[in-house]
Design a protein around this ligand. Structure first.
Ligand SMILES: Nc1ncnc2c1ncn2[C@@H]1O[C@H](COP(=O)(O)OP(=O)(O)OP(=O)(O)O)[C@@H](O)[C@H]1O
Ligand SMILES: [Mg+2]
Length: 688
């Protein structure tokens, strides 16, 4: 423990000495001074545990010294020595000097030591208290500093946390925007919609006008797409834009390009090339597309706009790529489709199982429907089996194009089968079938044959007629002379018969010439079917010779409007067929009657019946087809009935057939009845 000092101030030397004596051996040091002045000096320089002052000092009072001591060191214990205790002194001492003890003179040594010791202890206590207080306040201050530091830290952290939360939210919203944009892009199906979307996205940039999109479609045509009011307009570009692949800002070349296209100046332009894949393997590597933004952005906003654009660049490129690829595919397939549909002949790709893989519009015929996944013979022939004459199998097995002929209803097709390989097959599985309708050319050919036949008959008949006509004229005129000259009775009647027979013979010759004339120089005229039959029968005599015949003419001689020689050919064909259908002698019935048809019209009907082999039901639908014949080669052309039908239908009539196998066949021709000809017309008809 540090040594404690006791300052004793008394102007009585004895007192000071006795105090010194008393304190010897005590654990404190006495500093004894004789005046208040000295005491003050010590108090300024030094620190004392206890100050003892005599109340009455020369030129000062002890209370003053103690008050000074209190001022200098409040922890010092102060003791006042008094001769006698006066209340006023005590009051002053207490009020000014904060006296710890009063010691009365003369003091009790024992008591004095105790009081001094207590004063020291008090001082110590005070000192400890003060240092503790100091410590506490120091700690308090530190704590305060710490607390305020922490508070600041907390405030700072809170601010940081809040701002980073806002930042994070901002970024999240930004990402969400981009995701939404990409989603919107993926739903687009046309460049128009793409432009619409970009316009919508640009709403945050009022200084940017709706863009112009330049892109290339199939066949490398440059197109431009732009907004005009609310409309989006697409047109072919006059020229191609710059094909450089970097983003260009206000470059002269781009401004010039747009000015040329739109005929007005463009001051500020941002050109953004969109990367595209090549649309087809054979096209050149690049199919450029570029977005042009006309703008009035100031320097502050340019950055924002550029990052806005570059963030969207990739999804935009992909979306445009997809849309244009779809365009291209659609365009190419449309091009092929219209190419094939443009061909008037039926065309179909047919596989090894005769399934139609694809076909053009004309393949399906009258329905006009495109046909898929159905057998070609079902569509073409309405038949479950492969068409007779179909060249598909031969083409597939030989690997070479083959030609064949198939019939479909009235029509005859020449089929060209070209084998092809699809889907990388190692062997041939498909053919392209090209069907050429040869019905009319075949018919023409048939007609030529027929008319050649007729012409040959005509020539023969003409010659015979010519040769016969002269002798017949001779016979007839001789008979007439004889008739005029010989008397009644003798052979007059017989000679009359000769004359008539010669006359009839001449008429037959005339008809023969008519029949064989053919051609079109004849005009339709009113004539009865009775008359047609009458004129035709002589030509059928040979054919009918072996058979019985029954001829029933109509009673009313109702007239129809026809070309007589053509109508004669119809009768000839029907009767000739009937004769050929009867290998054994049978009966041919020819009947003409006037009846009412199902709608109440008067029609003249011609019936030709035979008792021949009949027509099998499975072919009865085919007999009117051109070239359909069951007769041996060279025997029939298969054109008789088809020509008859076309002739009858031309005259506004109908032809029908009923048949029973091994019993016979019945053909009916019906033609509308026309009002009877005037007598002049009739006589003209008769003389023919
Ligand atoms: N009366 C009939 N009885 C049985 N079959 C007939 C009769 N008429 C026609 N047919 C059948 O119809 C087919 C077609 O007759 P169509 O008159 O058109 O030709 P075609 O007689 O065979 O030859 P073309 O008349 O050119 O000499 C005949 O081959 C025959 O099979
Ligand atoms: Mg015939």
């Amino acid at each position: 423990m540090a040594e404690h000092k006791v300052l004793w101030v008394d102007d009585d030397r004895d007192i000071l000495e006795s105090a010194a004596r008393l304190f010897r051996g005590e654990p404190w040091t006495l500093v004894a001074v004789g005046s208040a002045e000295e005491a003050r000096e010590h108090l300024i320089k030094d620190r004392f545990a206890v100050v003892v002052a005599d109340q009455r000092l020369q030129a000062a009072s002890g209370v003053d010294v103690l008050a000074f001591a209190k001022e200098k060191s409040p922890a010092t214990s102060r003791i006042l020595l008094t001769g006698r205790v006066e209340t006023s002194v005590i009051e002053e001492a207490v009020n000014r000097g904060h006296v710890f003890r009063f010691i009365a003179k003369p003091w009790e040594n024992e008591q004095l030591l105790v009081d001094i010791a207590k004063g020291i202890e008090h001082h110590q206590l005070k000192m400890t208290q003060a240092s503790l207080l100091k410590e506490v306040s120091l700690q308090n201050r530190q704590l305060e500093r710490l607390t305020s530091g922490l508070e600041q830290l907390v405030t700072e952290r809170t601010v940081t946390a809040e701002s980073s939360k806002i930042e994070a939210e901002k970024q999240l919203a930004h990402v969400r925007e981009l995701v939404r944009f990409i989603k919107d892009l993926s739903n687009l199906t046309s460049v128009d919609e793409l432009m619409g979307l970009i316009r919508k996205e640009l709403k945050g940039f009022h200084e940017v006008r709706p863009p112009v999109l330049g892109y290339v479609v199939a066949e490398r045509r440059p197109m431009i797409l732009f907004s005009q009011g609310k409309q989006i307009v697409e047109r072919e570009a006059r020229t191609m834009w710059s094909n450089r692949s970097r983003i260009r800002f206000n470059e002269h070349e781009d401004r010039q390009y747009l000015a040329n296209e739109f005929g007005r100046p463009f001051v500020k332009v941002l050109a953004v090339p969109l990367k595209r894949r090549a649309v087809a393997s054979d096209s050149e590597a690049e199919s450029p597309a570029t977005l042009f933004f006309e703008h009035q952005l100031n320097d502050d906003k340019v950055d924002r706009f550029l990052s806005f654009v570059s963030e969207r660049l990739q999804p935009l490129s992909i979306a445009l790529d997809r849309i244009l690829l779809e365009y291209h595919l659609k365009y190419t397939s449309l091009q092929w489709e219209s190419t094939f549909d443009g061909i008037k002949d039926p065309i179909a790709i047919v596989d090894i199982d005769f399934e139609v893989v694809r076909s053009n519009r004309h393949f399906a015929g009258a329905t006009g429907q495109r046909v898929y996944d159905t057998k070609c013979h079902k569509i073409l022939m309405q038949s479950e089996s492969v068409c007779r004459g179909c060249p598909v199998e031969a083409a597939l097995s030989s690997g070479e194009p083959q030609k064949g002929q198939v019939k479909r209803g009235q029509k005859v097709y020449e089929v060209f089968s070209y084998p092809i390989r699809i889907k990388g097959d190692s062997f041939l599985t498909n053919v392209i079938n090209h069907y050429v309708d040869v019905t009319s050319s075949r018919e023409l050919h048939g007609r030529m044959v027929q008319s050649e036949k007729m012409a040959a008959i005509g020539l023969l008949a003409g010659n015979i007629a010519h040769e016969l006509n002269n002798p017949l004229t001779g016979i007839r005129s001789l008979a007439q002379v004889l008739l005029a000259e010989i008397p009644e009775g003798t052979f007059k009647e017989d000679i009359g018969e000769v004359e008539k027979a010669a006359g009839r013979s001449q008429k037959i010759i005339e008809n023969l010439l008519d029949f064989s004339k053919g051609g079109t120089e004849q005009k339709q005229e009113l004539i009865s079917l009775n008359e047609i039959v009458r004129r035709t029968l002589p030509m059928l005599k040979t054919a009918m010779r072996e058979h019985r015949s029954e001829i029933n003419m109509s009673e009313d001689e109702a007239c129809v409007k026809v070309e007589p020689h053509l109508m004669q050919q119809v009768v000839f064909n029907l009767v000739n067929n009937a004769c050929q259908a009867m290998s054994d002698p049978g009966t041919i019935t020819i009947e003409v009657e006037t009846v009412q048809d199902e709608v109440g019209r008067r029609v003249s009907a011609l019936h030709v019946r035979d008792t021949g082999v009949g027509i099998p039901p499975e072919i009865i639908d085919n007999i009117f087809e051109p070239f359909f014949t069951t007769k041996e080669k060279g025997q029939g052309t298969g054109l008789g009935l088809s020509m008859s039908r076309s002739v009858i239908e031309n005259f506004g009539g109908q032809i029908s057939v009923r048949s029973r196998l091994n019993e016979g066949t019945h053909f009916t021709v019906s033609l509308p009845v026309h009002p009877a000809p005037t007598s002049a017309q009739a006589s003209k008809g008769q003389t023919k």
